[in-house]
Design a binder for this molecule. Structure first.
Ligand SMILES: Cc1cc2nc3c(=O)[nH]c(=O)nc-3n(C[C@H](O)[C@H](O)[C@H](O)COP(=O)(O)OP(=O)(O)OC[C@H]3O[C@@H](n4cnc5c(N)ncnc54)[C@H](O)[C@@H]3O)c2cc1C
Length: 280
């Protein structure tokens, strides 16, 4: 079974600023990490490969520093990685991003053979639209299931999946090839192994880079030019005033009472709470 797993290289903060001129994200100066919700997706792909055999290919459309994210995936045990990077892809909205990723899967099939599954994280911590997996499925015309927490091969070219919903779970049989979005807390990701990490560093062929001269996509359909959505307006986050107060309690009980008096506004409720806690 050949499984591809999408990885996004994201700023290590949710406080991403937006350039008011261009409406695009300002990433400069912000350290980046692999989107944490992609780690369970990598784990799901690896478990499936370890059970039925085959290979896992991690891929990311991102600027060159994202190679570090792919190295982490390789360190976890992914077989190979593809960095899709080109200036022409910059400024993409989710439509243009998923278009590139969908076409990258088509190229992976041409280069390496049939792709059975494309797995993605549930969402990202920077944009968190959760658009990408569904859109990739649409470009490829493959079935799509999300909030997936378990995958078992159930027959020739079929898998049985468990979807985790708020109050219940659902089971489906899905025809392959398919796209899955893995639920964010579904699986504990395995740690990076030293052997895999060294392999990623030493084997120069394990990470491949594709630009648009490899994918040959119409430049009008990718990046900012190919993005039908625009950031029309950004609203500054309102400043939350912080008032610092210092209180020196006589003893812990006095300190606790003071904290209650600060967080419980209703006087009657406050008295009731103090009575319940201290019988006063
Ligand atoms: C109007 C608009 C303008 C934008 N402009 C810019 C811009 O100028 N510069 C910029 O950097 N971003 C820009 N973005 C954000 C960019 O579109 C998203 O980063 C990207 O499309 C992924 O969307 P998401 O983070 O919401 O992913 P989600 O849909 O929340 O991600 C779900 C999963 O898809 C996979 N995935 C997501 N992105 C990738 C990827 N690139 N490669 C591989 N797998 C992936 C991961 O597995 C992830 O867990 C813009 C977005 C919008 C809506």
């Amino acid at each position: 079974m050949r499984i591809v797993v999408g990885i996004k290289w994201v700023p290590n903060t949710q406080a991403v600023r937006i350039d008011p001129e261009t409406g695009t994200l300002i990433r400069k100066g912000v350290p980046s990490i692999v989107n944490p919700h992609d780690l369970p997706a990598i784990e799901a792909a690896l478990r499936l490969r370890d059970t039925v055999g085959g290979e896992v290919i991690a891929f990311a459309m991102a600027p060159p520093p994202a190679v570090k994210g792919l190295e982490l995936a390789l360190g976890m045990g992914v077989d190979r990685a593809i960095l899709i990077t080109d200036r022409v892809f910059a400024g993409a909205d989710t439509w243009a991003t998923s278009y590139v990723l969908g076409n990258a899967i088509v190229k992976i099939e041409r280069e390496y053979g049939r792709v059975d599954l494309a797995v993605f994280g549930q969402e990202t911590i920077d944009s968190s639209t959760a658009h990408i997996p569904g859109q990739v499925a649409s470009w490829l015309n493959w079935p799509y299931a999300y909030y997936v927490r378990d995958i078992q091969v159930s027959g020739d070219s079929k898998i049985r999946i468990v979807r985790e919903l708020e109050e219940y779970v659902e089971e489906y049989e899905v025809e392959l090839p398919a796209v899955l979005g893995i639920a964010m807390r579904a699986l504990k990701p395995r740690p990076v192994s030293l052997y895999n990490k060294l392999r990623a560093k030493l084997d120069k062929n394990v990470i491949i880079t594709w630009s648009n001269s490899d994918l040959k996509l119409d430049p009008r359909c990718v990046g900012l030019k190919g993005s039908p959505t625009i950031v029309a307006k950004t609203i500054d986050m309102p400043e939350v005033p912080r008032k610092k107060e210092v209180y020196k309690p006589r003893d812990p009980r006095d300190g606790a009472k003071w904290i209650i008096s600060k967080i419980v506004e209703d006087e009657k409720l406050r008295e009731l709470l103090v009575k319940k806690l201290w019988g006063e």
